[in-house]
Design a protein around this ligand. Structure first.
Ligand SMILES: [Zn+2]
Length: 390
């Protein structure tokens, strides 16, 4: 449902990604004016880990942060982690808020060290990647700290991480920096990185298959597929009618056989012919009763279609390859014809060309009313009233 039209979805709003977008807007507002009075409290809280902006650039884990957070701030960080991809580079690993460097199961942050510009694990190392001795460390940064403190922190760095950094540091061309706050290619906070973009990032994380087309195999022709999924939604037909079309192209119309297969219902044979199994395909196309109805429609629609009669795909899914002028009209008539079949199924009656012609007549009449201030409707109205015999 959340998928885009062209992938067979309905572009439905998703609540969770909407919340995510709202939270990210909070972060944006905070980052643009951290000194605003509105952010005084979060500012004080996040100061204990180097400020929110620094924290967002670290590979942190919410439960291991050495600060107490309200649910609101936890959610902010959670949505951030969901959206932001932290690319691991050993030499740029921060010493602070790093989920792998823990003392008493909490990540570290020391303001005095941070103020002396000690940010990375590699700041504790010499140019060959070996850990500095206590004396040279204190000297290098002109920092006051106890041996015990230094020792505790250097021991908290996991060995594998030390080795990885050492290996990288042998290459003289490495640059060490904090990651940019970027979402994909866009800078977070940039105007282009708007709610729509953020929302789609969240949807992609929440629904793994959102960019994949529906599972039902309709056709390999991408153009026809897009037309099938998108065009009818824009046409001037009522939502009830569109709903039937949506169910048909997604193979979820509740024909008897569909219900039997999915829910194991006991079902009767086709309501029209009372003999065969009522599949979607049978009900809307190959049933003798339905076929008779489509033949009548075919005779009525004198528009020079090259084949002898419509085929299954053209009727149930989409009729492609027509001239632009008639394509919309013919497909609308198919969709309304299917709606007609649907109505008769549930009323226990049979599709009837004369009733259907009346429905189309009413439809054309309403198009006429609508056509006054709409160019495309007025074109459709003209084509329909010209091409359809009474
Ligand atoms: Zn039948």
């Amino acid at each position: 449902m959340v998928k885009d039209y062209k992938h067979g979805g309905l572009k439905a709003a998703d609540f969770e990604s909407m919340i995510g977008v709202l939270k990210m807007n909070w972060v944006k507002a905070y980052l643009t004016q951290p000194n605003s009075i509105w952010f005084h409290i979060p500012k004080c809280i996040f100061q204990n880990v180097g400020g929110l902006e620094f924290l967002l650039r670290c590979d942190f884990e919410i439960t291991k942060l050495p600060i107490k957070l309200s649910d609101f701030h936890k959610q902010i960080l959670l949505y951030w982690k969901m959206m932001f991809t932290h690319n691991f580079t050993p030499h740029s690993s921060t010493l602070w808020n790093n989920r792998t460097i823990l003392i008493n199961r909490k990540t570290l942050f020391k303001q005095e060290w941070y103020d002396k510009n000690i940010l990375y694990v590699k700041d504790l190392m010499d140019e060959n990647g070996s850990l500095l001795q206590f004396n040279s460390f204190v000297e290098k940064f002109n920092l006051r700290c106890s041996y015990k403190e230094f020792n505790q922190i250097s021991r908290a760095i996991p060995l594998p991480l030390k080795f990885m950094i050492k290996n990288v540091l042998t290459n003289p061309n490495v640059t060490v920096k904090l990651p940019d706050l970027k979402i994909g290619e866009l800078k977070f906070g940039e105007r282009k990185c708007n709610n729509k973009i953020l929302g789609s990032v969240f949807k992609e994380k929440l629904f793994y298959d959102i960019k994949k087309p529906t599972k039902i195999k309709i056709t390999d022709n991408q153009v026809t597929l897009t037309k099938t999924f998108c065009s009818y939604l824009k046409w001037p037909i009522s939502p009830k009618v569109k709903e039937i079309q949506f169910k048909l192209i997604n193979n979820i119309y509740p024909a008897a056989e569909t219900l039997r297969k999915r829910f194991n219902f006991e079902v009767n044979p086709c309501v029209f012919c009372m003999t065969e199994n009522e599949t979607i395909e049978h009900l809307f196309f190959s049933c003798s009763v339905t076929m008779g109805f489509w033949k009548d429609v075919y005779r009525w629609l004198k528009i020079g279609i090259n084949n002898s009669l419509f085929n299954k795909f053209q009727v149930i899914i989409y009729m492609d390859g027509l001239s632009k002028k008639v394509s919309k009209m013919v497909n609308i008539i198919f969709i309304m014809g299917k709606y007609h079949i649907h109505k008769n199924k549930w009323n226990n009656s049979k599709p009837n060309i004369n009733c259907f012609k009346n429905e189309i007549k009413n439809y054309i009449a309403s198009l006429k009313v609508l056509s006054e201030d709409n160019q495309s409707i007025s074109e459709l109205y003209e084509t329909m009233s010209e091409s359809l015999a009474p």
